[in-house]
Ligand binder design. Structure first.
Ligand code: ATP
Length: 383
């Protein structure tokens, strides 16, 4: 096994229960050396609890946590070779930037002062704060304080850095700048970063792999592209990016292709994908808005729907079209605003068409048919 592929963190069927309530069901995955790994999901899905079990602040009810191959389930946080950066970075206000970063190595009493100085200054260079070593935290911006917290957590080169929504306290612009900065720092130090967030754009921008969680379950683990293009469940399809989710029933199956009838009455041709479906199965056809195009007629049978354009919203280079089908299901399309045909007009009948490889089929019907309401165009842009 190459060093990059070596597992730094392994969760072996980890479960966490508070009384009768199961916060984490059966987390069973590993994180490789040097990987940027995000745990993503809505509030309360169990991400922080999972991170705390890796850090040692919580004990699993059952299962094991392994760090660098050793079972650390009974090892206290300060003996685990991982560091955590929290949302509130809690720098010592009376100490300089240098002393804040040097605090850990000095307390450990393992290195002489000359070596500590060298390590601290090297890490301050990585986070680009070497010129601010003498300043106090109150003399720094929020993003700079965040970088001090990172330097402090990285200075003793832990096996992994755990980050619990570390950018949440920053405003949007700074957060976006810090996303790029965090990725650069991670590449430079080569340490695994495990990142908890409920912000899908943030996870997609930075991560090598993402674990999408819902109600204590890991729904899917994959690269941002895998999760976006081939979601494993209706929850993932609706949570990552915006999607059009059309409930349908399988009418025939030719092996590669399915013919499905949507609840709106359209007969669609869709690729079968990895799962096998039978005639009569209830399925959901997922169409990503950026793959849909306006058209006056459906030229390839089974690859389009007709409806009324109810909304046309210009968003700079792109425009969002909302097309309502006869059964009131709405589809959302994200199209190039500079080449919109003149016949695309609110209140008019029009079609939305798509290429053969656009539809993706999932088992079951969505709770809510049509376009998911999230306005997350930056996710499509990031991929
Ligand atoms: P958020 O994004 O809001 O921080 P999260 O996904 O990180 O959410 P967790 O903090 O892991 O969620 O919590 C998962 C569930 O476990 C929640 O329903 C929470 O109320 C519950 N929980 C967490 N800690 C405890 C505790 N000490 N006692 C009882 N329940 C808890």
């Amino acid at each position: 096994m190459t060093d990059e592929k070596r597992s730094v963190i392994e969760l072996d069927h980890v479960r966490k229960q508070y009384g009768d309530f199961v916060a984490v069901h059966d987390a069973n995955f590993s994180i490789a050396n040097g990987e940027f790994f995000a745990m993503l999901g809505p509030s309360g899905c169990g991400k922080t609890t999972t991170l705390k079990m890796i850090a040692g602040f919580e004990q699993p009810t059952s299962g094991r946590v392994l760090l660098d191959g050793d079972d650390v389930s009974a090892v206290p946080p300060y003996r685990r070779n991982v560091n955590t950066v929290f949302q509130q970075y809690a720098l010592f206000p009376h100490m300089t930037v240098f002393d804040n970063v040097a605090f850990g190595p000095r307390s450990a009493k393992k290195l002489d002062e000359a070596r500590i100085k060298k390590d601290v200054m090297e890490m301050l260079e990585v986070v680009r704060l070497d010129k601010f070593a003498h300043r106090k935290p109150s003399q720094l911006s929020g993003g700079q304080q965040q970088r001090v917290a990172l330097a402090r957590a990285l200075v003793n080169f832990p096996s992994a850095l755990l980050l619990d929504e570390p950018l949440a306290a920053l405003d949007l612009k700074l957060r976006e700048a810090m996303q790029i900065e965090l990725k650069r720092i991670q590449r430079e130090v080569g340490i695994s970063f495990v990142f908890v967030t409920h912000d899908q754009g943030e996870a997609i921008t930075m991560s090598d792999r993402i674990a999408v969680m819902s109600e204590g379950q890991v729904e899917q683990i994959g690269t941002p592209e895998q999760i976006y293009r081939s979601p494993a469940s209706l929850f993932v399809a609706g949570f990552i990016g915006s999607a059009n989710l059309l409930p349908a029933t399988v009418e025939s199956n030719s092996g590669q292709q399915l013919h499905v009838r949507t609840t709106g009455g359209a007969l669609l041709n869709v690729p079968q994908g990895d799962a096998t479906f039978s005639v009569g199965d209830r399925v959901c056809v997922m169409l990503r808005p950026e793959r849909l195009q306006p058209a006056q007629t459906i030229t390839t049978a089974g690859s389009g729907v007709e409806g009324t354009l109810t909304d046309l919203v210009y968003q700079g280079a792109t425009a969002r079209l909302i097309v309502r089908q006869h059964d009131d299901t709405e589809l959302s399309a994200l199209v190039d605003a500079t080449s919109l045909p003149h016949w695309v007009r609110t209140g008019e009948t029009m079609c939305l068409v798509w290429p053969n490889d656009c539809p993706y089929v999932l088992a079951g019907w969505p709770e809510r048919a049509g376009a998911t309401t999230t306005n997350v165009d930056h996710v499509e842009a990031a991929l």
